[in-house]
Design a protein around this ligand. Sequence first.
Ligand code: GLU
Length: 447
Amino acid sequence: MLGKEYVEKVIKEVEERNKGEVEFLNAVKEVLISLAPVFDKHPEYIEEGLLERIVEPERQIFFRVPWVDDEGKVRVNRGYRVQFNSAIGPYKGGLRFHKTVNQSIIKFLGFEQIFKNSLTGLPIGGGKGGSDFDPKGKSNREIMRFCQSFMAELCKHIGADTDVPAGDIGVGGREIGYMYGYYKKIRNAYEGVLTGKGLSYGGSLVRTEATGYGLVYFTEEMLKDKNLSFKDSTVVISGSGNVAIYALEKAHQFGAKVVAMSDSNGYIYDENGINLEVIKDIKEVKRGRIKEYIEKVPTAKYFEDHRKIWEVKCDIALPCATQGEINKESAETLVKNGVKAVSEGANMPTDLDAIEVFQKAGVLFGPAKAANAGGVAVSALEMSQNSVRASWSFEEVDNKLKNIMKDIYLNAKNAAKEYGDEGNILMGANIAGFLKVAEAMYSQGIV
Ligand code: GLU
């Protein structure tokens, strides 16, 4: 059987078995289509049913999360943990607390995580979890009670050598702290079971900055190949959460001017370059909305409708908000306005037909699983430090992160060349990420 035929057969089976799971199906298609040439070279992988196995999570845990709000009312949310693939290491991946969370979203994120984690070169498998809990407007006490109830069930399924969750949208240092405290209380074990911990209890320097910094390190490598750079470029970053904030910080350090950022309501435009301290104060300290920026910087402008951020003219676009934020139309607008590179800080922010628009127009495209792998890479470094009870310096971790992002770019670039589509970093990242997992699965037998 040819690789293309095999891939098409498996995609059809996945569609049949996972009806209506739009995000998961898109993620599977995006990866599998790239992998066809691998099976022409490795027919033994077809024999071993590698794809049929890799698209099925090893284990899925869905549970009830009951909690009591500040008015004394009982609330019930759904908790999820998908342990997707442990061929190359313990399951690793974030927890997302957002009202849109469902089975399809957690499965798409978990599936992506397999290849992303493999690309880091570190020994971590793929997993993801979360809840449809909406943290917006909740008090600290409500967040704590929710996190404790969530961990009361999750703690039965995770462990430093089994599955190590971390943050994602809606889960930052505060939530990790509450969950860690409760895990320790129930299990009576002081171990690196979560990453993104506070520095006083086993966290790693650079973990907070890692995804945003890593995104800029990766993108700079990609730009360098075409004699371009962040220096003197105009940049648009969607979102204003953890990834966006530290992408802004690093892009400015690299000499770029970031002129627009957004949240789920609207976006701000500041022609002088967005002020990092103001954004940090609004988002990290006050947990407010981005429109408050114009109260502090009156020369900036605020516009309703966050999707319109892609109408702002820029050289480099860094989508750092969430999945499905650049559709075909937004991609065409970006291309018309002369964008040179698009690099994904969020997971799957660009629709498949929008990616095609960029590729046809010759726009450099940094796919999420490569470009935003810096976060999970430093999580893996946090796990290493926890194992040997050490704390590395900021410079040490930052240098490791830089080298990891450089290697991810090189590996993706070389895989694309080797498998016949030079310059297609999306295809190269999928192939390079897959090969290591495939080899491990092949060696470990049918499990
Ligand atoms: N949620 C992040 C991601 O999408 C980080 C996961 C982690 O550190 O485990 O990769």
